[in-house]
Design a binder for this molecule. Structure first.
Ligand SMILES: Nc1ncnc2c1ncn2[C@@H]1O[C@H](COP(=O)(O)OP(=O)(O)OP(=O)(O)O)[C@@H](O)[C@H]1O
Ligand SMILES: Cc1ncsc1CCO
Ligand SMILES: [Mg+2]
Length: 271
């Protein structure tokens, strides 16, 4: 099956979803531009005095725990409670969970105290959230994850979120359905931030498309297709990972529903 890309792109154009991002210091600019280039409106408010009111009028909230600290976690919880009060979907990117006890505790608090709409993490992070042994080195997923669909489903059942386990093949799971999405290009794994930009992509799509699973299937496929179109040279020549990153951002800006639509089916329902 393929998702309704026309519907998703139209919804984003109509809503221009305002997405408040509390995100890491490494990739914050790429995350802002990815949101803008999809047709959303990014704002990076992360002061507790400001973010609660900002989120009240927003369409999405991204919580990326890549470089957070003690105060940052409290701010994420306050922003998340405001999102829940105002029916704003929350996307969690549990960066580095499984690598240290502090990150495990942060992810545990966020998923316990907040009603998360989408969790977008790499294979290692999703496996760690499922309580299984994961090999997360810093923020990198290393190791072999043959049970990723089972683990993503377990995280979805536990949290109620739509779960995206990102990697060369993306796995999307709810408590009772699971899908594989074949999209993207290996060049996307060769610079920092593709996971973070995928997280904000979910927030833009979920901020405009009513059904969260529809939003995530469309957003994940479109994101991978942007990487493929850039790798094919459709957005200019590149010399290596740094200039590919620029072409990739241009592809996000330029992609429409027709270009995002693949010639063949890319999504397989596993169960
Ligand atoms: N080898 C690959 N083949 C196809 N697509 C890829 C590949 N590597 C990465 N991608 C694409 O990039 C997305 C995010 O990659 P990845 O899972 O490596 O994120 P991450 O580890 O969270 O990254 P980061 O921490 O740098 O933000 C994937 O969902 C996929 O679309
Ligand atoms: C490298 C890095 N360290 C903390 S967050 C981040 C960005 C990629 O997740
Ligand atoms: Mg990531």
């Amino acid at each position: 099956m393929n998702p309704d890309l026309d519907g998703a792109f139209d919804a984003i154009a109509e809503v221009s979803p305002l997405v408040n991002c509390i995100t890491n210091a490494v990739t914050v600019n790429d995350v802002a531009n990815a949101a803008l280039f999809w047709g959303g409106l990014p704002v990076m408010s992360d002061d507790e005095n400001d973010v609660v009111d900002m989120v009240a009028g927003a369409d999405g909230l991204l919580l990326n725990m890549g470089t957070t600290d003690e105060q940052g976690v409290e701010t994420m919880l306050a922003a998340g409670r405001s999102a829940m009060d105002h029916d704003v979907p929350i996307v969690l990117d549990p960066v580095g969970v499984g690598a240290t006890p502090a990150r495990d505790e942060t992810a545990g608090r966020l998923t316990t105290d907040l009603d998360i709409a989408v969790i977008n993490g790499n294979y290692g992070e999703i496996t760690a959230l499922a309580g299984e042994t994961a090999d997360v080195r810093g923020v990198e997923s290393v190791g072999d994850y043959s049970e990723i669909a089972r683990d993503a489903t377990a995280v979805a059942a536990d949290t109620g979120a739509v779960v995206v386990a990102s990697g060369a093949t993306d796995v999307v799971a709810t408590a009772d359905r699971a899908f594989e999405i074949e999209a993207g290009h290996e060049l996307m794994g060769q610079f920092v931030g593709t996971g973070c930009m995928q997280g904000v992509t979910q927030a833009v799509f979920a901020g405009a498309v009513t059904d969260t699973l529809d939003a995530v299937l469309a957003g994940t496929l479109a994101y991978g297709r942007a990487g493929e179109r850039a790798a094919a040279g459709a957005y200019g020549d590149f010399e290596g990972p740094a200039s590919y990153r620029t072409a990739f951002l241009d592809a996000i800006a330029g992609l429409d529903a027709a270009e995002a639509a693949p010639d063949e089916e890319r999504i397989t329902e596993l169960h």
